[in-house]
Design a protein around this ligand. Sequence first.
Ligand SMILES: [Zn+2]
Length: 305
Amino acid sequence: MFKKVTVSFLVILLASCASKLPASYIYVPYSASKVKVGVSVIETGYTCANESFIHEKGSLFSTHRSNNIAVYIKHPKGDFLFDTGFGSDYQDQLDNMAWPSCAINSHKHTKIAGNEVDAFGSKEDINFILLSHLHWDHVSGINDFPDAEVWTTKAEYDFAFSDDAKKPAFLKTDYNDPTIKWNLITFDSIPYENFDRSLDLYDDGSIILVPLPGHTPGSLGMFVNLASGTRYFFIGDLSFSEEAIQKNAEKNFFAKAVVDEEHKVVRQELNRVSFLAKKKPELIVVPSHDGSISLKIKQYPEFEY
Ligand SMILES: [Zn+2]
């Protein structure tokens, strides 16, 4: 009887807690990865922008270091890059754009990921390049790694090769070389955090991919769970600013109009990630273009484990 009452009480308690959560949120217990995974950032370029241009709640008096990064992931089963940042064809790519935006041209091109890896390691160690999405500033360097496979989602691949993918955001010459070895990934119907689908890349809990559409139809995000307990969530261009995630703020209206494909979907995914960030303050959310966060991670050739 006591057990029955206790169980009933617990069920009611859990139900009342659960009812406070939006219905779509599913929580999966997180267990730290024991695998020695390393993470390192290569900043390939940056520009400085006013924070109010970055997101709708940004201060007029703050400056945002909008950088372009490649993330080097070192894993016992093989290394890979998450995005490439600017590559060695950067200037040709700019010249090839029909819309030479002053914002893009004002970028300072600092490093090329391919050269950095050549200098301090070996390109042969890079098994594949995993793309958050196929916008030009994320794929600019894939031709610098001719032997590496290129991984993306089918939705992203199909959109990037369609007529809807236009300059200056998409630059097809960055990724239409017929020798590129594509690998189109699919997510499993396994919830992770508050995502309905996920892909445990090495089946060891260290690198988990989740769909993060909206900015482009097939964008993805990447959780990196280090053995130290530190957890990163690389969110591509869902947002340009970690502060915006904390404030659940959308991009500036102009930026939104120019770069986001599906505004309602971006809003939905922003709600999801902001909710998760509040729920798990120890999780470090890393937008691709927020130097205030990515420069705190170890910079290549140093790694954080
Ligand atoms: Zn983008």
